[in-house]
Design a protein around this ligand. Structure first.
Ligand code: DGL
Length: 284
């Protein structure tokens, strides 16, 4: 199937064969990242690929996540990506090194590095909490990076996998969700964290509840915002590439599997109605 067909026939999805910013995630949660990118780089040519056929990544082994991340990147490169944004925290945590090795010279942005920098900049007592999927927390990447930049910092991670389905079911204000957020945060609060990294695409949607349960003195780090700032800064210092990538109007949102539920949830993440297009030739 051609690139043109892969992005649909509505015109909204047409790639015109030009260069673009390719964003990928395990599903549609990464639209929280796309939202921040679009806010800072309006009109830039972007294609988002959500691997909904193989979601979730956060429960999978590092080998599988790395393989998926490589395939997702190759897919976006075929569509014309000149810059890759890994919106998925599980893929960012586990596969960044493999991606950089596999695609030398390709600008690859991921969510971990900018949130590490931000967390170090805002923490006062140097006690940082990280919540995410099992893959993210068990990768130990936050501890490694944070402590390589500041050996005095204490890092505590806690996987909160239950929050992903709760968000996808739209249970944003339910008492059950509040209770589970509270449970997830208890071990971190007991360690006296003053900064908390929201290490999963779905968590920014629960920011208010997380802030309330973490306590108002805990500073939340939203990796989506930090990453978007980083990509913006990069394009400002690479005007030639920036010219190639802009402007083209609306981002195109492709998924490897399409159901009505995905479309409903996409709206929640992006904050507005969007059209998802089935990418028939996506990796599977
Ligand atoms: N996008 C994933 C992440 O940020 C969450 C969903 C999944 O497990 O695939 O880690």
């Amino acid at each position: 199937m051609s690139d043109e067909a892969a992005v649909g026939s509505t015109g909204a999805g047409r790639s015109k064969g030009g260069s673009l910013i390719g964003v990928f995630d395990s599903g549609i949660g990464g639209l929280t990242v796309l939202k921040e990118l679009v806010a800072r780089l309006p009109g830039f040519r972007m294609v988002y690929f959500g691997d909904t056929a193989r979601t979730p990544y956060g429960t999978k082994s590092p080998e599988t996540i790395i393989r998926y991340a490589i395939e997702d990147t190759e897919y976006l490169l075929r569509l014309g990506a000149k810059v890759i944004v890994v919106a998925c925290h599980s893929a960012s945590s586990v596969a960044t090194e493999a991606l950089k090795e596999r695609f030398p010279g390709l600008p690859i942005f991921e969510v971990v590095t900018p949130s590490v920098k931000k967390a170090l900049a805002v923490t006062k007592r140097k006690v940082i909490g990280v919540i995410g999927t099992r893959a993210t927390v068990e990768s130990g990447v936050y501890e490694r990076l944070l402590r390589s930049l500041d050996p005095e910092v204490k890092v505590y991670g806690n996987p909160c996998p239950l929050l992903v389905p709760l968000v996808e079911e739209g249970w944003l204000k339910k008492p059950e969700t509040r209770m589970i957020v509270k449970k997830c945060l208890i071990p971190l609060k007991m360690k006296g964290i003053d900064t908390l990294v929201l290490g999963c695409t779905h968590y920014p949607v629960l920011k208010k509840i997380i802030q309330a349960k973490a306590g108002k003195r805990v500073i939340l780090v939203d990796p989506a915002e930090e990453l978007a700032e980083e990509v913006k800064g990069f394009l400002e210092t690479h005007p030639g590439l920036a010219r190639e990538l802009a402007p083209d109007g609306e981002p195109r949102i492709l998924v490897s599997d399409l159901t009505p539920a995905f479309s409903r949830v996409a709206r929640l993440f992006l904050g507005r109605q969007v059209q998802l297009l089935k990418a028939e030739d996506a990796p599977a």
